[in-house]
Write a protein that binds this ligand. Structure first.
Ligand code: ADP
Length: 616
């Protein structure tokens, strides 16, 4: 096979292959007309390459003329599709130039088929053979057809149209497209035009070899289109990745929002529309499809909270930009829910508020706990001391009765001594010293009691549990003896000190022992025992237990003994245990009750070891 055949066939097949590829691209995306137009341009270029090859291999003037005539059809398709391609690809160009180019080229088909042998030759008289790439190819000799001016004029118009469109695209900023596509169309069409004019007007005797230029043009166009397709697919990839990222973020966000028990909402201020998540709708008792606006939400708010809420939001919209509000929501089922709501206002460039975004959370449980704690604190403050007072007064009476009795007995003895003729002064001095000592003891008891009654705030310091129990034991000793209760204490001597408020802890122990004694009142005299024990519980805490051999606590009451005002005693107030538990919890400890297997109840509580001791 000759080189000419190989090269021109290769040009044609390259063009057809590219045309096929971009036809497929167009089939996948029917709106990408630019791909279809490129395919047509490439098909036309392939067609013209075949015509050129046929001319070069022609054996008679007739064959040459026919090849050229059909070559003009390819040029028509090529021109029209190229105009369309440039128009769409550069998104520029003057329509009248486009129409003129295509119109003229179409019109030129008439003389191509009707006048002479084809558009270029009125008559081909002979074929000459000249060498090309080592072989001999045919060249026509004959009378030029003046109508070919139409075709050449249409090519000039094409160059002007594309040049003008490229300038527009360049100015707009599409410099690469303007330069690559516009520049190469102008350049290669001009080269082809000049070559064909020289040949067809008989100035040069040479075969027509425009196809290689057209192939170059097709390659440039394909390269640019391919780049666009590649960029588009890259963009799609990035978009998918960012969409996936966005979805992931959304998932995480909604997970976090759900976990935090938040309902979220967005209020469009201009349209007075509110979008809210399902969670938020549940919080406020709105159905999923119910339309939301500010009026409907205000209606849900407790009447006492509405005005405050309106003012808070008003201030945020007026400029503060943020708000935080707490209010009650009246649910359709009659229930009340406490909600905290955080909002952030977004303003536009002119400073006008556009929308508010926010999150709301159900804080009913927190609120209840807060109210209960507040209540309990009040109970501790008001009732606690009063409740304890009766028991303390009894203890006080017993405690100071003893020194008072001793003082009385000593005073009587001193009187007796004084009645003697020569009283023993040393004896009297000793008696007076005893009286002073007893008096001081009574005074210190009263001081301790006063402290017990007055103090409310915790003032913690390291305390030895043995001493603490000893203090309380002293307070209840008389009472215990009177009620025939045996009080056992088992506190190891090496127990590390705890951190606590002495008086408050005395109050707790005292209450437990007095309760224990109450529970023993029905027991036989020899079975009335209370034991106070302490042991190390781990490295950080000490556990103290007060155990009795009394009635125990009925199982169904066990959960209630710490409830305020729970009492089974005719004169009880039911405040001792709840107050005690509050005190222990304020120390960072736990407090609980259990029944003993062998009968009776045990109350246990823990206290933190003093840091100094724990650090050792
Ligand atoms: P009260 O002043 O009524 O005794 P408390 O808070 O001290 O109030 O105790 C509440 C209730 O717990 C008591 O009425 C009693 O029913 C029960 N309770 C407390 N300690 C004991 C115990 N050691 N054994 C049996 N029941 C007890």
């Amino acid at each position: 096979m000759s080189w000419v055949t190989i090269i021109w066939s290769t040009i044609a097949s390259a063009c057809i292959t590219l045309a096929g590829i971009y036809l497929l691209v167009w089939c996948r995306n029917r709106t990408a007309w630019v791909n279809l137009l490129f395919s047509l341009t490439a098909v036309a270029a392939a067609g013209f390459a075949f015509s050129e090859l046929s001319m070069m291999l022609a054996e008679t003037p007739g064959q040459f003329g026919t090849a050229l005539r059909w070559g003009q059809v390819s040029i028509w398709l090529w021109t029209v599709s190229l105009v369309g391609f440039v128009w769409l690809y550069l998104k520029a160009g003057r329509p009248w130039l486009a129409w003129a180019t295509c119109g003229l080229r179409t019109f030129a088909l008439l003389p191509n088929f009707l006048v002479g042998q084809n558009l270029n030759y009125r008559e081909i008289t002979a074929l000459r053979h000249i060498p090309l790439l080592g072989e001999s190819v045919a060249v026509a000799e004959g009378v030029p057809n003046p109508w070919m001016v139409l075709g050449q004029l249409s090519l000039v118009l094409l160059v002007i149209f594309v040049g003008d469109a490229s300038v527009t695209a360049w100015r707009r900023g599409d410099r690469r497209k303007a330069l690559m596509v516009g520049g190469s169309v102008v350049l290669l069409v001009l080269v082809g035009l000049v070559e064909s004019m020289l040949i067809f007007w008989g100035k040069v005797q040479a075969p027509l070899t425009v196809s290689p230029f057209y192939l170059c043009l097709v390659l440039v166009m394909a390269y640019e289109l391919g780049r666009d397709v590649l960029l588009a697919s890259q963009l799609v990839g990035e978009l998918q990745a960012s969409e996936a990222g966005l979805r992931e973020n959304e998932e995480r966000m909604s997970l976090a929002v759900d976990a935090a028990n938040f309902g979220i909402w967005i209020r469009d201020l201009a349209r007075n529309e509110i979008w809210a998540s399902d969670k938020w709708r549940k919080l406020f008792g709105f159905a999923p499809s119910e339309r939301l606006d500010l009026g409907a939400i205000l209606q849900r708010l407790h009447p006492d909270d509405r005005e405050g809420f309106r003012q808070t939001v008003g201030a945020a919209v007026a400029g503060e930009g943020r708000y935080e509000a707490e209010f009650r929501v009246m649910l359709p089922n009659g229930g009340i829910r406490w909600i905290t709501s955080h909002g952030r206002v977004e303003f536009d460039a002119t400073g006008q508020p556009v929308r508010i975004r926010g999150a709301s959370r159900d804080v009913t449980a927190d609120k209840q706990a807060e109210l209960e704690t507040q209540l309990l604190r009040q109970q501790v403050a008001h009732v606690g001391r009063v409740t304890m007072m009766g028991q303390l007064a009894t203890a006080l009476a017993h405690e100071i009765n003893q020194p008072l009795g001793a003082i009385l007995r000593n005073a009587e003895a001193a009187e007796l001594f004084m009645q003697e003729a020569s009283p023993d002064l040393d004896e009297i001095r000793a008696i007076i010293a005893d009286i002073r000592e007893d008096d001081q003891r009574a005074g210190s008891v009263i001081d301790r009691m006063r402290g017990l009654l007055k103090r409310q705030n915790l003032s913690t310091r390291p305390i030895h549990v043995g001493e603490l129990v000893g203090d309380v034991r002293a307070l209840v000793r008389v009472d215990a003896a009177a009620r025939h209760v045996k009080l056992d204490v088992g506190v190891p001597g090496d127990l590390p000190p705890v951190r606590g408020d002495r008086v408050h802890l005395q109050q707790v122990l005292l209450n437990l022992i007095l309760n224990g004694m109450d529970a023993l009142s029905g027991a036989s005299l020899e079975d009335r025992r209370i034991s106070v024990t302490a042991l190390l519980d781990g490295a950080q805490t000490v556990e103290i237990a007060v155990s009795d051999t009394g009635t125990g606590i009925p199982d169904d009451k066990l959960a209630h003994v710490f409830d305020p005002f729970f009492t089974t005693k005719p004169d009880g107030m039911g405040m001792g245990l709840p107050i005690s538990r509050t005190i222990i919890e304020a120390h960072g400890g736990r407090f609980w009750a259990e029944n003993n297997k062998s009968g009776g109840a045990t109350f246990r509580f823990t206290l933190p070891i003093a840091e100094e001791a724990a650090a050792k």
